[in-house]
Design a protein around this ligand. Structure first.
Ligand code: C2O
Ligand code: CU
Length: 474
């Protein structure tokens, strides 16, 4: 494994000579505790790379990337006013939150786009505890890449006792050697391949070097992947964390499969890190999801003073999620096939009401993906399926492409019940599930939230490239 390894220019090349190396970063993001919030989307200049590199022009909420951490108790009624002073129309989508359709933040589907100088008030109750996030749903492939994103943490009624509750927002930027965000948003190459993979990985908006811990400490680590396209596969070595939540929802605590946590764009994982090492020790956290581009994310560094002799042994399982359990025996089943992309075998699809060859769709309309043989343009919102409110559904999904896709459903939380025909061991709750190339994944949920809901790939270039559909619940 090399240290510098994401595609050129690598973060280490970019970092050459930076004074940032070795600095301890303050990992606490700004916390906004009140339920009445104002988020102002506007351009800002921030030291993303750090050291003697120039600041990066970003778009930010309230001048920070990530935007303010919204942290509330479960059951809180949130009121968030979005003010748009960015250079484009925008909106706010509350990723993973089960809220009224009108608050879902999808321009053209659930609300009018929020133009420059305009504002919109989002009001909803945080009914589920967990780690969630917010981001625009308008040209997301550009706006999220520019820095418009933030986390929303909804606290459990009885959270496990830990010494620290820490959030790492993982992002991947494509920067030029002057630390500018490369302007090739939504390029046709990125759209038809793996999406916009960058060259600079940040944790909470900065290149991370070290994360300080104390011997005997117990940390709840919340991971959130806000990258357009990068999938993270983090290895924690001797720290051997336990996974306690997927996309915010409780799962019976267990060790990571292969000691690695895999997070596609949009996905979250909550871990318990028991720091069982000795003062002065270091543990390197690596990301080897793309094996030939493995790199060191950061080092966990034990301080000189232990906190206690060893980490606590108290239980840390989260309470069972209060989500509607799908009734599998009577669930209605729908097949969903994702097709297209480079090296895809889909030859034709429907686009804007007419069957065309994928070649024509790609060359003339710059779209590359289809759901059930249909390529959805960003502002085409005809529903693919109409689901009966209150009924249980199984979506039997097939990834008939050569690429990974994190598939996200709005307004609902689903259970992952099978992979390639085999029952999953833990039927975890998610709002975004990562499908491997050619993999089949079955999900089940109760369609209990009326409205028109987006269902799309969270590789934002794939979404823009047609890998989208609308589910109507009525
Ligand atoms: Cu996180 Cu439709 O999005
Ligand atoms: Cu995709």
């Amino acid at each position: 494994m090399t240290k510098a390894s994401v595609s050129a220019p690598s973060r280490r090349q970019l970092l050459a000579g930076a004074a940032a190396a070795g600095a301890l970063l303050p990992f606490g993001a700004r916390v906004a505790a009140a339920s009445d919030q104002r988020l102002v989307a506007a351009p800002a200049r921030l030291a993303i790379v750090g050291g003697n590199h120039p600041e990066t022009e970003v778009w930010a909420y309230n001048g920070t990337v990530p935007g303010p951490l919204l942290r509330v108790r479960r059951g809180t009624k949130l009121k968030v006013t979005l003010e748009n002073h960015a250079a484009d129309t925008t909106s706010l989508h509350w990723h993973g939150i089960r809220l009224p359709n009108a608050m879902d933040g999808v321009p053209g589907l659930t609300q009018k786009p929020v133009g420059r100088g305009e504002s919109f008030v989002y009001e909803f109750e945080a009914k589920d505890s967990g780690t969630f996030w917010y981001h625009p749903h308008w040209k997301s492939y550009e706006q999220v890449e520019r820095g418009l994103y933030g986390a929303l943490i909804v606290e459990e009624d009885h959270p496990p006792v830990v010494d620290r509750d820490v959030l790492w927002v993982l992002d991947d930027w494509r920067l030029t050697s002057e630390a500018k965000i490369a302007g090739d948003f939504g390029s046709i190459f990125d759209m038809s391949h793996a999406g916009r993979l960058g060259n600079t990985v940040t944790v909470n908006g900065k290149i991370a070097e070290e994360f300080a811990v104390r011997a005997g400490e117990r940390i709840r680590l919340r991971l959130l992947n806000v990258a357009n396209a990068r999938i993270f596969g983090l290895r924690f070595g001797a720290l051997a964390p336990q996974l306690i939540a997927t996309d915010g929802h409780a799962i019976a605590p267990h060790a990571l499969e292969g000691n690695r946590v895999v997070l596609g764009p949009g996905m979250r994982a909550d871990l318990i890190l028991d720091c069982g090492g000795k003062p002065g020790e270091r543990v390197t956290i690596t990301d080897d999801f793309y094996p030939r581009q493995a790199y060191r994310l950061l080092d966990v560094v034990y301080g000189a003073e232990p906190l206690r002799a060893k980490p606590p042994e108290t239980p840390f399982a989260l309470g069972a999620p209060a989500l509607p359990e799908p009734k599998l025996a009577e669930a209605e089943r729908h097949d969903i096939v994702f097709g297209g992309g480079m090296m895809g075998r889909l030859s034709e699809a429907e686009f804007q009401g007419r069957k065309r060859s994928m070649r024509e769709i790609f060359m003339q309309h710059r779209m590359a993906w289809a759901v059930n043989g249909r390529v959805l343009a960003e502002h085409d919102h005809a529903p693919m399926l109409t689901l009966k409110q209150g009924r249980s559904y199984i979506l039997a999904m097939e990834n008939d492409t050569a690429w990974h896709h994190p598939i996200h459903l709005h307004g609902h939380t689903f259970q992952v019940i099978a992979r390639d025909g085999a029952k999953t061991a833990r039927t975890e709750w998610r709002d975004t599930v990562l499908m491997n190339p050619r993999e089949r994944v079955d999900i089940a949920f109760v369609a209990d939230n009326p409205g028109d809901w987006m269902f799309h790939c969270h590789v934002l270039e794939h979404q823009a490239g047609g890998m989208m559909a609308v589910m109507r619940v009525a």
